[in-house]
Design a protein around this ligand. Structure first.
Ligand SMILES: *[C@@H]1O[C@H](CO)[C@@H](O)[C@H](O)[C@H]1NC(C)=O
Length: 148
């Protein structure tokens, strides 16, 4: 599904999400540039194809990353980001994930006003959380069974 945030536009496919972690495929089919967002989470991107340019706050040059590289975005940090068309990566986030959702939805909600997409993103995250809850419940049920 599409994702608009920080002025850039990408597309993502969520593989796993909980309150403290997520794993997804992310990338873009058009050249796109914007703001990374500032999160209560560490995010790492491992490039599969294309390139990523990361411009760290307070510096005058960007850093270029190639397929195979992992780009680390630390908790509290902000950068400028740029991806040429055809860039795809695996992204892993670890921290307080609901805090990243506010940024992830901001441009969709206030700029593109694509509320259908807002709904898709909230629905897929809610579904992931339900699956997590289901996993813990079945674990707990097994634990009770083992005790009896
Ligand atoms: C985020 O990364 C920093 C620096 O590598 C580390 O000290 C911290 O424990 C990490 N936080 C989480 C939630 O993984």
């Amino acid at each position: 599904m599409f994702m608009n945030a920080g002025g850039w536009m990408g597309s993502m496919c969520l593989l796993h999400a909980s309150l403290t972690e997520y794993l997804l495929f992310f990338g873009t089919a058009v050249d796109t540039t914007g703001h990374s967002g500032r999160y209560w989470a560490n995010i790492s991107d491992t490039l599969l194809t294309g390139k990523m340019f990361q411009w760290k706050e307070g510096t005058l040059k960007n850093i270029e990353y190639q397929p195979g590289d992992t780009v680390f975005h630390e908790w509290g940090e902000v950068t400028g980001v740029s991806w040429p068309a055809g860039t795809w990566m695996v992204e892993y986030g670890r921290g307080f994930i609901p805090s990243t959702l506010v940024f992830a939805l901001a441009d969709t909600f206030f700029s593109t006003t694509d509320f259908v997409n807002t709904f898709y993103i909230i629905r897929v995250y809610a579904k992931a959380l339900m699956m997590e809850a289901g996993f813990y419940l079945s674990d707990f049920r097994q634990f009770i069974k083992d005790m009896l």
